[in-house]
Design a protein around this ligand. Structure first.
Ligand SMILES: [Zn+2]
Length: 294
């Protein structure tokens, strides 16, 4: 496996082991996920070049990513047992922030410590959007966005060149009031609330303990569906290349936090880095129990 060492992360598995990508989708739907995301976060021309994949093949692999998600969903949904009490899972095409495409930005993906022109943002995002929409995902998922200016440029790009595509945009945050580059989260939410192609938004890959505060702030300025999927609470040490254990347990996440997130106005909940199928399964149980109680 080369995926975790290369600069295009899990997208490398599209070349190395596509069957694993497909079975991973299946495992998460089986665990209770209503949305699966394609294996294209950090997929880029530059990232693929580092593992010896040229631009044409890289594009084809990204097209394939959506196809794999469809195949996994079709297979899952064909089994009557899997359909009980469920909506047909959505396929979200995963897109990362601008810095995902450039080694010089390594380690900056979470803090938004870069600033490009609108044109540069658009030029970066256009390539992957064109690839992942070939096989018609249900929605584009712009994940872990650290900067509001980039989100604005993405919305412009969608309006100008992809007017039929619907999207959700999630910001990455390090604390409870702003995204990781320091833009006020309420300002971010106010902007996305006005964007017709953005049908949901929220925050992902943030420390779980700041999630309730973020939801409350976003909910105070918008009635759109809010999506939240924090990481496990562990932190990535880029220099050392290791994860540091978080201070919060799964029990903290699942027993204390989930009811708070729902009460604060979250519509969609999930898990980001270092969470797993067991975690998603527990969210499913929580959602089923609270839907039943209503
Ligand atoms: Zn994450």
């Amino acid at each position: 496996m080369i995926g975790l060492k290369s600069y295009c992360w899990g997208a490398a598995f599209l070349k190395e082991d596509p069957a694993l990508v497909q079975s991973n989708h299946h495992d998460y739907m089986k665990a209770g996920a209503d949305i699966i995301t394609t294996s294209t976060f950090k997929a880029s021309v530059n990232g693929f070049a580092e593992i010896g994949v040229d631009e044409k093949e890289a594009f084809d692999l990204c097209v394939k990513s959506t196809r794999l998600a469809h195949q996994a969903r079709d297979e899952f949904w064909a089994n009557e047992e899997n359909r009980k009490g469920r909506v047909r899972p959505f396929i979200a095409a995963s897109l990362s922030p601008y810095c995902g495409g450039h080694r010089r930005h390594a380690g900056k993906i979470y803090n938004g410590n870069y600033q490009e022109t609108d044109q540069e943002y658009k030029d970066y995002h256009r390539w992957l959007i064109k690839a992942v929409i070939q096989e018609k995902p249900d929605i584009l998922a712009f994940e872990a966005m650290p900067r509001l200016d980039e989100a604005r440029a993405i919305c412009q790009l969608l309006e100008e060149e992809f007017p039929d595509q619907l999207a959700y945009i999630c910001f990455v945050c390090l604390e409870g009031t702003s995204n990781s580059s320091g833009d006020c989260i309420m300002e971010c939410a106010q902007f996305l609330n006005t964007q017709p192609q953005v049908i949901a938004f929220g925050t992902n890959c943030m420390p779980p303990e700041h999630t309730t505060s973020l939801i409350k702030r976003m909910r105070s300025v918008s009635n759109k569906p809010l999506i939240v999927y924090p990481n496990s609470g562990e932190t990535w040490d880029h220099a050392a290349g290791v994860w540091h254990q978080g201070s919060k347990s799964d029990e903290f996440m699942l027993q204390e936090q989930l009811p708070q997130w729902k009460a604060a106005g979250a519509t969609v909940m999930g898990g980001c880095c270092r969470t797993n199928e067991a975690f998603v399964s527990q969210i499913r149980s929580f959602a089923d129990a609270s839907n039943k109680a209503e």
